[in-house]
Design a protein around this ligand. Structure first.
Ligand code: CA
Length: 232
C-alpha cells in the first residue's frame, strides 16, 4: 500500500481522489498549495504525488521542476492533473518531469489505473495488488484470503507467508529464503519455525480444500503450486 500525496487546491476534487485512493488501500495526505506540499515532502517522501497544475502561488509545473532538480526528490513519481488538455501543455507537463498526465475532468477509475501503472513502473514494491492463484485470492489491502466462497482465516505470519508464496507461485523457496523474505532480515529464527507456520497455513487452507497447493519439495523447501486445470 502506497503513501500518496495529493496536491490540489480544489477541496471537492481532493476529497474525491482521497476517498478513491483510500478505498484502493493507499495512505493519503492532501496539500492545498505548493508550500504545504513542500512541507509534507520535507517531512517524509511519499511513494507518489498527484499534482495539480493550477495551484495558487507556485504552480504544479514549477513544483515538479524544482523536485526534479533536487537529489532527494529527483525520482519521486508524479501524476499531473490539469484542466488543460492542449497538446503543448501535455508536453510541457511531461517535460517538467511528470510521469503521467491526466486532463480534468477525468474518471477516478482512469486516475487509479494511471497511478497503479506509474507505481508498477516506478515503485512496484508498494503496490498492494490483489493476487490470485488457482481458486485462492488474497487481498493485501483488506488482508482477506478466500477460495471460492470460503473465507480463509490466517494469522499474520501465515498471511505474509501465503502472500509471498502467491506472489512467486511455482518457484521453490528454501527455508532460509522464506525466513529472509517473509520474516525479514535481522531475524534469528530456527528454520524449523518455517515448518510450523507452513503446517498452520496448510491447516487453514484445508478448510477451503486448497491445502495441497502448498507443496513440500524434498531437500529444497516449499512451493505454491498452481492447480492443474482439467478441461474436457
Ligand atoms: Ca487547481
Amino acid at each position: 500500500m502506497g503513501r500518496i500525496l495529493i496536491v490540489e487546491d480544489e477541496p471537492a476534487i481532493a476529497e474525491l481522489i482521497t476517498l478513491n485512493l483510500r478505498h484502493d488501500g493507499h495512505e493519503v495526505q492532501v496539500a492545498g498549495n505548493s508550500q504545504a506540499a513542500q512541507t509534507a515532502i520535507d517531512r517524509a517522501l511519499p511513494d507518489l504525488v498527484v499534482l495539480d497544475w493550477m495551484l495558487p502561488g507556485e504552480s504544479g509545473i514549477q513544483l515538479a521542476q524544482r523536485w526534479r532538480r533536487d537529489v532527494r526528490t529527483r525520482d519521486l513519481p508524479i501524476v499531473m492533473l490539469t484542466a488543460r488538455s492542449d497538446e503543448r501543455d501535455v508536453v510541457q507537463g511531461l517535460d517538467a518531469g511528470a510521469d503521467d498526465y491526466l486532463a480534468k475532468p477525468f474518471s477516478t477509475t482512469e486516475l487509479l489505473a494511471r497511478i497503479r501503472s506509474v507505481l508498477r513502473r516506478r515503485a512496484p514494491q508498494v503496490l498492494d495488488a490483489m493476487v490470485q492463484v488457482g481458486a485462492l485470492q488474497l487481498d493485501p489491502a483488506t488482508m482477506r484470503v478466500s477460495a471460492g466462497e470460503h473465507a480463509v482465516k490466517l494469522g499474520p505470519t501465515e498471511f505474509r507467508l501465503l502472500r509471498f508464496l502467491m506472489n512467486h507461485p511455482e518457484r521453490v523457496h528454501s527455508r532460509a529464503q522464506l525466513l529472509d523474505r517473509v520474516w525479514g532480515d535481522h531475524v534469528f529464527i530456527e528454520e524449523r519455525t518455517v515448518d510450523v507456520h507452513v503446517k498452520r497455513l496448510r491447516e487453514a487452507l484445508s478448510e477451503a480444500n486448497c491445502a495441497g497447493m502448498v507443496e513440500t519439495v524434498r531437500g529444497a523447501g516449499y512451493r505454491l503450486a498452481r492447480p492443474v486445470t482439467t478441461s474436457a
